[in-house]
Design a protein around this ligand. Structure first.
Ligand SMILES: [Zn+2]
Length: 234
C-alpha cells in the first residue's frame, strides 16, 4: 500500500471516531425527545404547553444522563488504562528480558519469524519501550486514550442539538398537527443524519438512513401507543 493510501485511511478512522460519537449523540437526542413528545401528544386531551414542557424536560434529562453515563464509562476505562500502564512500566523497569520475550512473542503470533520478531521487539523497545508495549500488548494508542470530561460534554452537547429539532417542531406547529409533524419531521432529520454519518465514514448512505429511520419510527410508534393507552386511563 502506498504512503498516501495509508495516510488517507488513518484520517478516515480518526474522523469516524468523533463523527460517529456526534452522530450517535444527536440520534439519541432526536429519537428520545421526539418519542417523548409524540407519546405525550398522543394522550387524549394533552395540551400543547404540557407537550412542550415534557419535551424540554426530556432534553435536559437526556443530556444530563448522557453526560453522566459517558463520564462514568470513560473514567473507568481511563482508570483501567492507567493501572495497566503503571503495571507495564514497573515490569519494564524490573524485567527487561521477560518483557522483550513477551513483545517478540506477540509479533511472532502476528506472523513474523522468530529472528525478525526478536529484532523488531528489540528496536521498538530501544526507542520507546512503554509505547511499544502499550500499543501492541495492551491495545492503548493515543487515539483511544480516554478523556472523560471531553466525552461527557460532547455527549451532552450532541444530544441537546439532536433534541432541539423535535422541540422546535413542537413549538412552531399548530396543536392539531403536532404528532404527525413531529414524527415525520424527526424521521427526516434522522435520515439526513444517518446519511451524513455514512457518507463521512465511507459506508452505504441509503442503508444507513433506512436503519436509523426504521428504529426511530419504531420508538415513536411505541411511545404513541403507550401515550394513547395510559392517557385514556389517567
Ligand atoms: Zn509488556
Amino acid at each position: 500500500m502506498s504512503r498516501l493510501g495509508r495516510h488517507t485511511e488513518r484520517h478516515l478512522v480518526a474522523r469516524i471516531g468523533w463523527l460517529r460519537a456526534a452522530v450517535l449523540g444527536a440520534n439519541d437526542g432526536i429519537v428520545s425527545t421526539a418519542s417523548l413528545i409524540v407519546g405525550v401528544a398522543a394522550a387524549p386531551g394533552a395540551r400543547p404547553s404540557e407537550v412542550l414542557l415534557a419535551g424540554a424536560a426530556g432534553l435536559v434529562a437526556g443530556a444530563m444522563s448522557m453526560a453522566a453515563g459517558e463520564y462514568v464509562s470513560v473514567s473507568s476505562q481511563s482508570d483501567t488504562e492507567t493501572a495497566d500502564l503503571t503495571r507495564e512500566r514497573r515490569e519494564l523497569a524490573t524485567d527487561q528480558t521477560a518483557e522483550h520475550a513477551e513483545l517478540a512473542g506477540i509479533y511472532r503470533a502476528r506472523g513474523l519469524d522468530a529472528a525478525t520478531a526478536a529484532e523488531v521487539a528489540r528496536q521498538l523497545m530501544a526507542s520507546y519501550a512503554l509505547g511499544a508495549h502499550a500499543r501492541d500488548e495492551l491495545g492503548i494508542s493515543e487515539i483511544t486514550t480516554a478523556r472523560p470530561i471531553q466525552a461527557a460534554l460532547t455527549s451532552a452537547a450532541t444530544f441537546s442539538a439532536g433534541a432541539a429539532a423535535p422541540l422546535l417542531l413542537t413549538a412552531f406547529t399548530p396543536a392539531s398537527l403536532l404528532a404527525p409533524a413531529v414524527s415525520v419531521g424527526s424521521l427526516a432529520f434522522l435520515a439526513v443524519l444517518g446519511a451524513i454519518g455514512a457518507r463521512a465514514g465511507g459506508a452505504g448512505v441509503w442503508k444507513a438512513a433506512a436503519r436509523v429511520t426504521f428504529w426511530g419510527a419504531l420508538a415513536m410508534a411505541a411511545t404513541a401507543g403507550i401515550g394513547r393507552l395510559v392517557g385514556a386511563v389517567v
